[in-house]
Ligand binder design. Structure first.
Ligand code: GDP
Ligand code: PGA
Ligand code: MN
Length: 623
């Protein structure tokens, strides 16, 4: 689209920006001009989202050494990127919710007084884009044709971010035109979230750039009241692609609270039974706990069909007929690569094989492709690892970073459901909450009712993964898999879940289930084969939706009897099934103590009805 370049020794002025802007939308022009004045880029470039632009930007990124063009025919039109080794994951300790009142950020978020944070940001962003191009990316989360489209404009000094945003969201001229149109016809709908991103690495004249510029100092900041995002110092997806976690979860959760809907960390799966009846199921699992895999499941039971609508983020809105409707606000996958393979997730592999992808921190093969642990059963004999070193299978380190990612357009998925294209979403039938627990939590448990289901979500726990900085493998509570993404007070968030049910017909409320694919058996291995075999759990869930399926009432909810799970053709021992389904009173006594400590942290804001669920559980575990 249009570019404004700075004259030597001068700065780009607001007048120049206004004169060259491809829009007359004053708010947007002002936002761009103010950001340029602060960050002092060499150029301002308005992203149009076209194919030519993508080609040009990726060519430039190859030239700069940020991207490596893959030459293997297995990865057409695809690129590999390698981050700075210190910029490989989301940085939760540097993520802030700067609400006006500290109380409104709640105990799960880092809070800094907004004016103090603004002055810090003014400091770090001052001249942050010197020597670089400032890209302006108009984007929409969800469909442009939605009743209430949610717009954003990301300003970034990273072309890698522009290329990735083009895969992950609908961006460019069409979005800009829609914002302008609504600014005329329905101004309240033309609002856009201003989102500013800088890698925090200005270039002095003549200074050579590095392939992955970033800064040791990082800030991922959200101002919930003014719906603003400021991200500094990182180029990694979750920190830099601001439409994703920052907008579609943290800021959107606040919008959702105010407007009566839910923004959740969930996949959406459409499942069709052999009888031809379809169900839409959303599932919330913490990062790197199986969302993308379940979203792309290949059913192992005869006659069952799975199609996907989304793998990471779900917006749940009350519909006109008392149902909840779900929509995926994204247009791409930003999936964990390791563990994604032809034998575990062939649907993801088929989407990836169509190309048009950006891989980050994967290993390079000698024939110009990428590889990661779990892609194939045997690793290639030689690789270049994600840090650029020679790698052979006897190396004692992984070839790809454990949080290596593929970024791939969702419409390349063969099993994409037609409903993905529904601007206002589809009816939701069931919600799954799940985490990674070696013990205690059975394979699947059905909640007695909506409130009990919220209790499942409120007490959801998981062993930590490589998706965020910090130790891997320690159990932490992760309410609704939203711990790092709730944009306001966690107790208020649970209260909103309780209250939002009043927007639906009680008969049409989704059923809620707790699942755990990761429980260990008596020998320390996985008790349940997982992956595609999770079809068998989904079948039981569908049976329960239909009021069928055998279940026993345990202290924690309804679990299937071993006979109730369809294990046809599955090679799994009776002991393993027992280990995966059991509800152990001793384990639950320890769990109760942990949940009590967890709930104590909410203080006054824990809803009474959720506290009451804990009381009931205590009585059921220790009658
Ligand atoms: P997401 O970040 O929540 O989308 O998680 P992914 O679907 O990308 O999976 C993260 C990791 O969990 C990968 O290494 C997967 O191989 C692994 N995983 C996913 N589903 C299962 C399962 O059912 N069983 C086991 N054991 N591992 C799984
Ligand atoms: P995910 O999150 O692990 O839930 O896919 C992506 C991220 O780390 O930003
Ligand atoms: Mn994922």
């Amino acid at each position: 689209m249009t570019t404004v370049a700075k004259a030597p020794g001068e700065e780009i002025t607001a007048e120049q920006i206004a004169a060259e802007a491809p829009t007359s939308h004053q708010k947007l022009i002002d936002f761009v001009a103010q950001t340029a004045a602060l960050t002092q880029p060499d150029e301002v470039y308005w992203v149009d989202g076209s194919d030519e632009e993508y080609t040009r930007l990726t060519d430039e990124l190859v030239e700069a050494g940020t991207l490596t063009r893959l030459t293997s025919p297995d990865f057409p039109n695809s690129f590999a990127a390698f981050s700075d080794p210190a910029d490989v994951a989301r940085v939760e300790s540097r993520t802030f919710i700067c609400s006006e009142k500290e109380r409104d950020a709640g105990f799960t978020n880092n809070w800094v007084e907004p004016s103090e944070m603004r002055s810090t940001l003014n400091g770090v962003f001052d001249g942050a884009m010197r020597g670089r191009t400032m890209y302006v990316i108009p984007f929409v989360m969800g469909h442009l044709e939605a009743d209430d489209p949610k717009f954003g404009v990301e300003i970034t000094d990273s072309a890698y971010v522009v290329a990735s945003m083009r895969i992950m969201a609908r961006i460019g001229t069409d979005v800009l035109r829609k914002i302008e149109e609504l600014a005329e016809s329905a101004p309240e709908k033309a609002f856009f979230v201003p989102a500013v991103h800088s890698v925090g690495a200005p270039l002095e004249p003549g200074q050579e750039d590095v392939p992955w510029p970033c800064n040791d100092e990082k800030y991922i900041v959200h101002f919930p009241e003014t719906r603003e995002i400021w991200s500094y110092g990182s180029g990694y997806g979750g920190n830099a692609l601001l439409g994703k976690k920052c907008y579609a979860l943290r800021i959107a959760s606040v919008m959702a609270r105010d407007e009566g809907w839910l923004a959740e960390h969930m996949l959406i799966l459409k499942l069709t039974s052999p009888q031809g009846k379809s169900y839409h199921i959303s599932a919330a699992f913490p990062s790197a706990c199986g969302k993308t895999n379940l979203a792309l499941i290949d059913p192992t039971l005869e006659g069952w069909k799975a199609e996907t609508l989304g793998d990471d983020i779900t917006w749940i809105r009350p519909g006109k007929d008392g149902e909840f409707r779900v929509v995926n606000p994204e247009s791409g996958y930003f999936g964990v690569a390791p563990g994604t393979g032809w034998h575990t997730n062939a649907n993801a592999m088929r989407a990836i094989a169509k190309g048009n992808s950006i891989f980050t921190n994967c290993a390079l093969t000698d024939d110009g492709g990428v590889w990661w642990e779990g892609m194939t059963e045997e690793p290639p004999a030689h690789l270049t690892d994600w840090r650029g070193n020679d790698w052979t299978p006897d190396a004692d380190r992984p070839a790809a970073h454990p949080n290596a990612r593929f970024c791939t357009p969702i419409d390349q998925t063969d099993m994409l459901a037609d409903e993905y294209f529904e601007p206002n979403g589809v009816k939701l039938d069931a919600i799954l909450f799940g985490g990674r627990r070696k013990t205690t939590v059975p394979l699947v448990t059905e909640a007695r009712d909506w409130n009990h289901g919220i209790f499942f979500g409120a007490t959801l726990s998981s062993e930590t993964t490589a998706a965020a900085e910090g130790a891997v493998g320690t159990v932490r509570r992760d309410p609704m898999a939203m711990l790092p993404f709730i944009g306001y007070d966690a107790g208020d968030y649970l209260k909103h879940w309780v209250e939002v049910s009043s927007k639906a017909d009680p008969e049409k409320l989704p059923k809620i289930f707790l699942v755990n694919w990761f429980r260990r058996n008596r020998n320390g291995g996985f008790a349940w084969p997982g992956f595609a075999e999770n079809t068998r759990v989904l079948k039981w869930i569908v049976e329960r939706i239909e009021g069928e399926g055998q279940a026993v009432e345990t202290p924690i909810g309804f679990t299937p009897t071993p006979e109730a799970l369809d294990l046809t053709g599955l090679d799994v021992s009776a002991e393993d099934i027992e280990d995966s389904l059991k509800v152990d009173r001793q384990e639950w006594a320890a769990e109760l103590a942990d949940i009590e400590e967890w709930f104590a942290r909410f203080g006054e804001s824990l809803p009474a009805s959720i506290q009451a669920e804990l009381h009931q559980l205590r009585q059921r575990v220790n009658p």
